[in-house]
Design a protein around this ligand. Structure first.
Ligand SMILES: *[C@@H]1O[C@H](CO)[C@@H](O)[C@H](O)[C@H]1NC(C)=O
Ligand SMILES: *[C@@H]1O[C@H](CO)[C@@H](O)[C@H](O)[C@H]1NC(C)=O
Length: 298
């Protein structure tokens, strides 16, 4: 009973497939620049405590995650593998949150894919983190996705009142200093309506997210590289935001991140030891050492 068609052989094959599937689902790569496993190599939960109070937030380098809550839907829509609480404790301070608005209800979406969470979950998590770590600040881009009501304002306010804490918000368009920002959630408002924090559109942003095929990754990297240079030389009072993430039908976020994150890591390694303003650098599947490299340029 050892032939190719035997039940024993089939069972072994099934086992191998199940193991491969499990690896594929959970992610299995953990390098200094790319990490699609369920938790970071190390945590860095209070790094902002070391930033001087008087420094404007526009001069603080901070790592971020693109589509911070995109955990489901397969390789085309998944951008992160660490739960939000671990992203924050690993040192991530910029979040990119996409909400679908249906009659006052805000659910988390990446494109058409529901991410099994609502905006309240995100607010609860961030609020808990800021209360535990009052030296830190979290910047959160909020954008409407997979709905077109152009009327997020009231819903966002009612979610903040229900799940967050109105008093933890930075209620100004002005850029705070690190001291003023500590313990605050800064909404980077990417929706219309009255002011509810800082303006996303007013920042200097490089978000060349369309990477049609793997052959387009070098062009993507060029835009990242140039914008990091621009941040180093640019107006200190302006917030700079560089997305290292990208995707297309023939280039999934994980495939793009495996290459771009590695180039980013190598590039930042050449700058290590200096104090340079690179601003906010936003990634898919970053590794904890890559986050630290951005933080250490402060
Ligand atoms: C969103 O709507 C569903 C029903 O459609 C409801 O069960 C849920 O409580 C709402 N979520 C929030 C956060 O209000
Ligand atoms: C949202 O961000 C996008 C990309 O930067 C920008 O084109 C758009 O104008 C922004 N919209 C609002 C209302 O902030």
């Amino acid at each position: 009973m050892k032939g190719k068609g035997s039940p024993g052989y089939l069972l072994i094959r099934l086992g191998v497939w199940a193991a491969l599937l499990a690896i594929g689902c959970q992610g299995a790569i953990q390098t200094p620049d790319y990490d699609d496993t369920s938790s970071p190599q190390f945590l860095n939960p209070s790094w902002m405590a070391g930033i001087p109070d008087e420094r404007p937030l526009s001069e603080v380098n901070l790592p971020g995650t693109h589509n911070s809550m995109a955990f489901y839907g397969g390789a085309l829509t998944e951008c992160q593998s660490w739960p939000l609480s671990l992203q924050l404790r690993a040192g991530v301070r910029f979040l990119d949150v996409r909400v679908r608005h249906v009659r006052g209800n805000l659910t988390i979406h990446h494109g058409i894919v529901y991410q099994r969470a609502h905006f309240g979950t995100v607010l609860e998590e961030v609020t808990r983190f800021l209360r535990e770590r009052p030296t830190e600040t979290v910047l959160m881009r909020v954008k409407e996705e997979f709905s077109e009501t152009h009327a997020l304002y009231d819903a966002v306010v009612s979610y903040i009142r229900a799940y967050g804490d109105w008093d933890l918000l930075w209620h100004s368009r002005d850029t705070p200093t690190m001291g003023q920002a500590r313990g605050k959630l800064i909404i980077l408002q990417n929706f219309s309506g009255p002011h509810l924090g800082m303006s996303y559109g007013a920042m200097d942003i490089a978000d060349e997210w369309k990477v049609p095929t793997l052959l387009h990754i070098p062009t993507k990297w060029q835009s990242v590289y140039e914008h990091l240079d621009a941040a180093m030389a640019g107006d200190c009072g302006r917030l700079f935001l560089t997305y290292a993430s990208g995707a297309g039908v023939f280039a999934y976020p994980n495939a793009v991140a495996q290459r771009i994150n590695s180039w980013l890591y190598q590039h930042l390694a050449t700058l290590a030891g200096q104090k340079l303003r690179v601003g906010m650098v936003v990634m898919d599947f970053p590794g904890a050492p890559l986050l630290k490299m951005i933080i250490d340029l402060n």
